[in-house]
Design a protein around this ligand. Structure first.
Ligand SMILES: NC(=O)c1ccc[n+]([C@@H]2O[C@H](COP(=O)([O-])OP(=O)(O)OC[C@H]3O[C@@H](n4cnc5c(N)ncnc54)[C@H](OP(=O)(O)O)[C@@H]3O)[C@@H](O)[C@H]2O)c1
Length: 365
């Protein structure tokens, strides 16, 4: 049964009801409390992130009871307010927290990552060490399935740190013995992303020119986050995807310059595309990093657009029976922003407020 998350029915949609901590609630209690016919609790790590918030909405709409691992109560505030989810608060570095989070869990969707934080130390602590700890405890807890979201280009021999770490974590997962599905995705976009929103803000804030890494001719295959969430949910019920690594992307190859043009068209600004050498941009971003610690403009972001990041265009229909959304038709959420809030976004001051203000617009039950 595949439900449209915009038409809430059944499980998961009981208004705002977060349950913090799992240690006092046994699995049977949870099962009865929710009153569902489902046996499988799904743990989502990184549930408060851009992808995680969409994935838990789609899981709930398909009837899965969901538990979210959130770093702390503050980041828990980023969870959609109109969903009922169970919450375990704590970090992936804490074995006890992971053990509690895995109580009664059959399936793990592993999304927690420091990818967008832009720091190597984050990748080592969260992606490398955190994933290893999660897998160790998941083996002990007899988890029956893990779905891991990786990147196109993931390879333990990659020169790009995010892609290297993703390749290493993929290997950990394959060796864990837990039945798994690894989804290597193209760059994702959607209302609360760090990709199109940052690009739109940059286009509005910088006058006359639009500096793009390289010549702007690198090819991307942007994938709408809603389509990716559907893939993840469908993969849970599809045994043919067990122990496989699947690459997915949007329905078209777009150069970075075309992506910039489409965003300009959408937000109603005109800028002259100016190719900028990668090393120069990287140097600039590194120098500005101490001032822009929460900014979405990071060297990891540059890595994502450093070389072509594409796969077969028919991957989504082929593996998941999905006709993915066309980029140009799905970026309507980008509107004429305000200069001040654009600057705040680029300086890394506003992401939390952005989410809060959007959440406050949603109807509350
Ligand atoms: N976005 C894309 O275009 C894209 C494409 C392909 C693959 N991916 C992969 O998909 C995953 C999710 O990406 P995203 O865009 O949703 O990233 P995101 O918005 O930065 O979310 C990252 C999540 O990880 C959590 N996290 C960070 N450190 C943690 C820790 N120590 N313990 C527990 N949780 C921790 C964050 O929690 P807080 O909210 O507390 O910070 C947040 O919920 C990542 O693995 C990413 O590499 C993303």
């Amino acid at each position: 049964m595949w439900l449209n998350p915009d038409q809430p029915t059944g499980a998961g949609y009981h208004g705002l009801r977060f349950v913090y901590g799992t240690s006092s609630l046994g699995y049977n209690t949870i099962h009865k409390w929710v009153g569902l016919g489902y046996d499988a609790m799904v743990l989502v790590t990184g549930a408060t992130g851009f992808v995680g918030r969409t994935v838990i909405r789609y899981l709930a709409a398909s009837g899965y009871p969901v538990r979210c691992l959130v770093r702390n109560n503050m980041s828990g505030l980023r969870l959609p307010r109109d969903l009922t989810v169970f919450v375990t608060a704590g970090s992936l570095s804490d074995t006890e927290v992971i053990r509690n989070a895995l109580l009664g869990v059959e399936t793990v969707i592993h999304l927690a990552s420091a990818d967008w934080q832009g720091l190597e130390t984050g990748l080592i602590d969260v992606d490398h060490a955190g994933s290893r700890e999660l897998l160790k405890v998941a083996v002990e807890a007899n988890v029956r399935r893990i779905v891991y979201l990786s990147h196109l280009g993931a390879d333990r021999a990659s020169a790009f740190s995010v892609h290297k770490i993703k390749g290493i974590v993929e290997e950990f997962i394959r060796r864990s013995g837990i039945p798994h599905t690894i989804i290597r995705s193209a760059l994702l976009y959607g209302e609360e992303d760090s990709f199109t929103n940052a690009a739109a803000a940059l286009l509005r804030v910088v006058p006359v020119v639009c500096p793009l890494p390289g010549s702007g001719q690198v090819l991307l295959q942007p994938l709408w986050v809603g389509d990716l969430a559907t893939c993840i949910v469908r993969s849970l019920a599809d045994d043919s995807l067990v122990n496989r690594t699947i690459s997915v992307g949007g329905p078209e190859f777009l150069s970075l310059a075309s992506v910039a043009h489409l965003i300009m068209q959408q937000i109603g600004v005109r800028r002259i595309i100016m190719g900028t050498p990668h090393p120069y941009l990287r140097w600039m971003v590194q120098r500005l990093r101490p001032l822009l610690s929460n900014s979405p403009l990071t060297t990891h972001w540059l890595d994502h657009v450093a070389v072509n990041r594409t796969c077969e265009v028919n991957s989504m229909p082929r593996y998941f029976d999905i006709k993915p959304a066309v980029f140009e038709h799905t970026i309507g959420y980008l509107t004429k922003g305000k200069w001040r809030s654009d600057l705040d976004l680029l300086l890394g001051r506003s992401s939390m407020e952005l989410v809060k203000s959007r959440e406050s617009l949603k109807p509350k039950s």
